[in-house]
Ligand binder design. Sequence first.
Ligand SMILES: C[S@@+](CC[C@H](N)C(=O)[O-])C[C@H]1O[C@@H](n2cnc3c(N)ncnc32)[C@H](O)[C@@H]1O
Length: 291
Amino acid sequence: MSAVHLPVLTREMLDLLSPREGGTYIDATVGLGGHSEALLKTVGINGRVIGIDRDEEALKKTEERLQDSRLSLIKGKFSDMEDLLHDRGIHEADGVLFDLGVSMMQLKETDRGFSFISSETLDMRMDRSQGLSARDVVNRYSEKDLVRVLKEYGEEYRALRVARAITNYRDKKSIDTGEELADIVLRALGRRGRTHPATKTFQALRIEVNREIEELRLGLQSALRLLTTGGRFCVISYHSLEDRVVKNFIRDNARNAVLRPLVKKPLTPERQELRENPSSRSAKMRGAEKL
Ligand SMILES: C[S@@+](CC[C@H](N)C(=O)[O-])C[C@H]1O[C@@H](n2cnc3c(N)ncnc32)[C@H](O)[C@@H]1O
């Protein structure tokens, strides 16, 4: 099954970055290229967009879809952004965009193993050439480490109960699929409300597998070093852990007069966008300008 990804908060992203003609813009999470496409429309014939993604499949699709000589696509992690760009002779940028998390393509294509209705192998690696998968985490981590991951990245207050259910199950049989894991968590926690009880567990595993928080911290520092004076970055995040990292990064650098925040409160999708794209509902965007 192939899924499209509707870019989120596109107009707001353009307002915050306010791209200039002839500028160099980095889309640190190019995905299926929705935001890059919008940026390309604003940077004029001499502008350029560099799209980075750690997911080879997303890059291939974007390359086919947006054939534009002003767009360069690079496979890699955004924490390595400076090296990736320096290798191509690029030493500064006028704007950097991060649209965090996973794309619809990654979530919906069942063989990527992100979903809890998937009977495919539990995987969750954005970069499939990387070693550690979600299956490794649930089958190999100690109970103590599982508790840490579930608490820290899933904010799951019943982490011990979930971790114990996982270790008890795998004593008999390895946990192989998303469906299997979702069922283990459901049996351990029971169902309350509309959200599946395994939602937090799946979020935690995804963050652990892809080192998402560490990536974000390093990515923000790299972006700051690459930006020209007056250059801007913006970040679209989808859960409170990410948003907190971004908020603190901007606050700390504003205190040191390195950044000027562009919004007081994070921007969120307007009613029309929510109607057209319900999966945008958790999106929050913050941005800052380098002084
Ligand atoms: C929400 S999607 C981006 C969608 C994109 N803005 C669009 O309009 O199609 C996030 C993308 O970021 C990529 N990604 C997440 N963390 C990354 C990282 N640390 N380095 C590089 N790419 C990353 C994922 O592989 C995914 O394709």
